[in-house]
Write a protein of this length. Structure first.
Length: 100
């Protein structure tokens, strides 16, 4: 894991924080709207393993993980999120529907 992240988590050990993440090009390396061929287990090919490690480390330190994103297909995003990060608990998931 990145030294900077370890240092940041150590500094905030007694201060619990809320981390908010976007989905497309942040938690996975594609955009759901434009990569419509990605389904189910394919999503794992677009999630770098260090992201799971980082999210787990943040969560294990007692911080809260949240999602705030936009998509034309919020249901598909939620489905893929469960597959990509099955062992990560997101306290709040807000995926807002975007217009065509």
């Amino acid at each position: 894991m990145n030294r900077g992240l370890k240092y940041l988590l150590r500094l905030n050990k007694n201060k619990k924080r809320q981390f908010i993440f976007d989905l497309d090009k942040t938690l996975w390396d594609y955009t759901v709207e434009y990569a419509t061929h990605i389904n189910g287990k394919d999503v794992l090919n677009y999630v770098h393993k260090s992201r799971r490690t980082i999210l787990n480390a943040i969560q294990q330190d007692g911080h809260t993980l949240n999602i705030a994103s936009r998509s034309k297909d919020p249901d598909k995003c939620k489905y893929l999120l469960k597959i990509a990060y099955p062992d990560v608990y997101f306290s709040n998931i807000q995926i807002f529907n975007t217009e065509d």
